[in-house]
Design a binder for this molecule. Structure first.
Ligand code: GLN
Length: 492
């Protein structure tokens, strides 16, 4: 039960072998036992969760089951929910209750899902380790001295430890794929515009996308099918996006004729040797399944991190201006005047990393520097996008490592923001280009999971799902479970 997939749970619910209430009780017990160690959940209301399960069981007696009927799904604390608090794991939003559900939350509810509560994350999704959370760090179930990745670390940790079968994350520069990789699960960042951002607390609006984190590729497809689609409440949600046969794309096949691009810029000195070996071995396996591996170049890759760290903080500095002590969350005590209230509320409410981003962004946007930084970064962003467009003239899909290193120790990089920023060196470029990406488990390095990243042209999530399904069917990395959480360990 602990490591069941959504698909297993769905068949057991459909045959009547188990009820949504029983599944939910099991899940709540696992969370109760292990959350003290992992700190993966930050808000949960068991009575409210069980009430959703009962409502789903009652629905099933009268109607046909909906696509996610009775299935438990956790969500990152960045999604506005009418039930319970929504804080983005920041002190500035402590006690905030959203007046409405995010579009994706509405979609999950309409599909019959049981929403379990909020998972831990880096404050305002700024980070790669879930250490900047106002609720304290989250831990990696494969080694609880290590980070679970970030910023969707709570979602990744909860799925990897078998507390829940699935969770939602968001990905601005890698925050679904990098934690999925270092926790040994599957995560998908959809094409920008595929999933509505309404009700998702904004970090960098031109980059943010929501997506699923699960144990298998099929489960990822089940959730994406429900959360994607046009929403008139988000001007960047695309109305006529090409439709994908989400579940059809997951039928495992061989890889005959598939051209997989291997970008030389993503296999470099300095990356972990075991990570490199695991990914190279995975690509050989794809070759054995009939794929052709093509060496390609994405020449502007080296500028991706710098470009991102101008654009994302610039957008963040504008988005976070709304936290002023008046409209949302924390207000300082006894302000002397308006300016004192703004500055002290923000100083007390935001953590150090968020302040660093606001300062960097405000600087990059300021008059006199705008052309040198922000405008230049947007120009380089176009070059990065063009690299991918050129590559996709030659290949169907691109494969890379997701993270250059496995999970590192808690505290190891907190004093060195630049090293922390390099955790996303392989995930950031595709956010800048708006493309979809998927990470799936492909091995271990020193007992810690390694992720394989697939990148496809815009709107071609079906290619990601079919490549990843074929690889998953031929390997069993996705089925390994952490021994300290009642799993089998990393050995086959
Ligand atoms: N780690 C990156 C950052 O700190 C990406 C975060 C994200 O995708 N939300 O900005």
């Amino acid at each position: 039960m602990p490591f069941s997939t959504l698909s297993d749970m769905k068949s057991r619910l459909d045959t009547g072998e188990i009820s949504a209430r029983e599944i939910t009780q099991n899940v709540l017990e696992r969370i109760d036992t292990h959350n003290g160690t992992l700190n993966a959940f930050v808000h949960i209301d068991p009575a409210q969760v069980l009430a959703q399960a009962d409502a789903s069981d009652a629905f099933r007696t009268k109607h046909d089951a909906r696509p996610l009927e009775g299935l438990p799904i956790a969500v990152k604390d960045i999604f506005c929910t009418q039930d319970g608090p929504t804080t983005c794991c920041s002190n500035i939003l402590k006690g905030f209750h959203a007046p409405y559900d995010a579009h994706v939350i509405t979609q999950l509810k309409k599909a019959g899902a049981v929403l379990l509560g909020k998972t831990n994350m880096d404050e305002f999704a700024m980070g790669s380790s879930t250490e900047t959370s106002a609720y304290g760090p989250c831990r990696n179930p494969w080694n609880t001295d290590c980070i679970p990745g970030g910023s969707s670390g709570g979602s990744a940790s909860a799925v990897a430890a078998g507390l829940v079968p699935a969770a939602l994350g968001t990905d601005t520069g890698g925050s679904i794929r990098q934690p999925a990789a270092v926790c040994g699960i599957t995560g998908l960042k959809p094409t920008y515009g595929r999933v509505s951002r309404r009700g998702i607390i904004a970090f960098a609006s031109s980059l943010d996308q929501a997506g699923p984190m699960t144990r298998t590729v099929r489960d990822t497809a089940m959730i994406t099918a429900v959360i994607s689609g046009h929403d008139s409440g988000d001007a960047t949600s695309v109305a006529d996006a090409p439709v994908v046969d989400w579940l059809g794309a997951c039928n495992p096949a061989d890889m005959k004729g598939m051209k997989i691009g291997k970008p030389r810029e993503y296999f470099v000195d300095g990356m972990d040797a075991d990570v490199r070996e695991a990914v190279e071995t995975a690509l050989k396996q794809c070759e054995n399944m009939g794929a052709e591996i093509v060496d390609i170049s994405l020449p502007h890759t080296e500028y991706a991190v710098a470009t991102y760290y101008v654009i994302a903080p610039s957008e963040a500095s504008a988005n976070l201006a709304r936290y002023d002590g008046v409209r949302f969350g924390h207000r300082c005590k006894n302000p002397e005047d308006l300016l004192d209230m703004y500055t002290r509320s923000r100083d007390e409410g935001f953590g150090a990393e968020v302040k660093r981003r606001i300062l960097t962004g405000a600087f990059a946007l300021s008059s006199g520097y705008y052309d040198a930084y922000y405008k230049k970064a947007q120009q380089v962003r176009t070059l990065i996008r063009q690299d991918f467009l050129d590559a996709f003239k030659q290949v169907d899909v691109i494969a890379t490592p997701t993270s250059p290193v496995p999970a590192f120790r808690i505290g190891e990089k907190t004093d060195d923001p630049l090293t922390m920023y390099l955790s996303d060196i392989f995930t950031i470029a595709l956010n800048l280009a708006g493309l979809p990406g998927l990470s799936q488990p492909c091995g271990f390095a020193g007992g810690l999971p390694v992720g394989l990243q697939w990148i496809a042209p815009a709107w071609r999530e079906d290619i990601l799902l079919s490549a990843a399904s074929a690889y998953e069917a031929a390997t069993d990395w996705h089925a390994r479970t952490p021994a300290d959480f009642d799993g089998q360990g990393d050995a086959a």
